[in-house]
Ligand binder design. Structure first.
Ligand code: HEM
Length: 407
């Protein structure tokens, strides 16, 4: 076998992801890595990655297409990522069936209709912040970046307000790659407990929300959606809705506050908030590596090596987004005026993020209102003291302390 020796062990703490991604890119289009003990090909070349994500040679269905599935998931902390039964891990017709059930709620038209809801949620959160005494340090992740997506997805999914906070630490746990296998299993058990409570509550008292809609679909015709698929679809949408948008808000605010020249472009009207959203998604994407995909056939690499049939593949979106072949010698620079801000932050192909229009709306609305209302916003700590989330998947900070106004 053409395995490089030894595989690069990915750091589960995510302490210096940029250095790690540079190392991965230095090994060519794809390199064998160790993902918490599981071998996989990290693909960092954007051309190859897009080809694999749109071609017929790769699947996300571990049960059908990953020979190492049984041996790997037993004690793997990321087992949930590959074992769920929803569109995220489905292949072919199953994927189309499961995605179709949820997709209409996230269409560009339905999301545009949510704009007033998003605007008023952001205004409410900023009103609360404005009530803080001048000079008070506030954690923007805690007070703004988290509550907005939680409120919005909670509203769409019919999660009662009293239960929304309960999901939060459990969803954080799904993205925390420093948990042991036992801790991750315990986290998943508690998460499924909350999902079952939610299903029971909406079954007893249906509402005008997506959970009720999916339950009705399931109860009318079990062949459209199994009970396991119902639970795991809720798990997917709630987790995706809770975790990722938070990180983009966090990273966009951090990047603007540490790059005053970029903020000046906005204030001078040379760029707009959408430029900030897209450049943040390119430069510091919310998802660094996405586990996992599987080769359905031998896939030759440009340098003569081969991803063998059945091998696992890791879509290394963050490393691809800064590839010099794509964005030139300034790929590492945060530049909202960059003419082409293309990125893979939402994936590519049939699994392209369903929540992209919603996430874009949430982040742009938040940034515009935040910087308009608090034009003197500053970081309250040295940027080097911002600690990354303990994750090789999620790309955000543990906290984002800011001063809303000068002291
Ligand atoms: C800025 C925030 C977000 C980012 C960066 C993001 C990123 C991603 C990525 C990278 C994927 C592709 C996974 C793959 O490679 O297969 C994905 C899929 C998905 N995302 Fe998002 N996401 C975000 C927000 C959301 C939101 C708000 C929702 C919905 C509430 C959502 C729902 C989904 C779903 C359902 C999928 C699975 C699609 C499929 O497998 O067909 N995402 N997301």
């Amino acid at each position: 076998m053409n395995r490089p020796n030894p595989p690069i062990v990915l750091d589960p703490t995510g302490a210096d992801h940029h250095a790690e991604h540079r190392l991965l890119r230095a090994h060519g289009a794809a390199v064998l890595v160790d993902v918490l003990g599981v071998p996989a090909w990290s693909v960092t070349d954007p051309l190859l990655l897009r080809k694999l994500l749109t071609g017929p040679d790769v699947s996300k269905d571990a049960r059908r297409h990953w020979p190492a599935y049984d041996a790997s998931v037993a004690a793997w902390p990321l087992a949930l990522w590959v074992a769920v039964n929803n569109m995220f891990t489905a292949y072919g017709a199953d994927h189309a069936r499961l995605r179709r059930l949820v997709a209409p709620a996230f269409s560009a038209r339905r999301v545009a209709a949510l704009r007033p809801v998003v605007e008023s949620l952001v205004t409410g959160l900023l009103d609360d912040l404005a009530a803080e005494p001048p000079g008070e340090i506030v954690d923007l992740r805690e007070r703004l970046a988290h509550p907005l997506p939680i409120a919005l997805i909670g509203h769409m999914m019919g999660v009662p307000t009293s239960r929304r906070e309960g999901f939060r630490s459990l969803v954080d746990g799904v993205f925390d790659t420093t948990l042991t296998s036992d801790q991750a299993t315990a986290n998943a058990v508690r998460l499924y407990g909350l999902l079952d409570d939610l299903i029971a509550a909406r079954r007893a008292e249906p509402g005008d929300d997506m959970t009720s809609l999916l339950i009705a679909t399931r109860d009318e015709d079990g062949s459209t959606l199994t009970e396991a698929e119902l639970r795991d679809t809720l798990l997917l949408v709630i987790s995706a809705g809770y975790e990722t948008t938070v990180n983009v808000i966090d990273q966009a605010v951090t990047s603007l506050l540490t790059h005053p020249d970029q903020l000046a472009h906005l204030r001078a009207g040379r760029s707009d908030w959408h430029d900030v959203v897209e450049e943040t998604l390119r430069h510091e994407p919310a998802v660094k590596h996405l586990p996992l995909r599987y080769a359905l056939t031998d896939i030759p690499l440009p340098d003569g090596r081969t991803i063998a049939r059945g091998d696992a593949i890791l879509a290394s979106y963050a490393a691809a987004n800064r590839h010099p072949d794509w964005h030139g010698p300034t790929a590492d620079t945060f530049d909202i005026t960059r003419p082409t801000k293309d990125h893979l932050a939402f994936g590519h192909g049939i699994h392209f993020c369903l929540g992209a229009p919603l996430a874009r709306l949430e982040v742009a609305t938040t940034l515009e209102q935040l910087f308009t209302r608090f034009p003197r916003l500053t970081l309250a700590v040295d940027p080097r003291d911002l600690r990354p989330l303990p994750s090789l998947i999620s790309n955000g900070h543990q906290a984002l302390p800011v001063l809303l106004r000068a002291r």
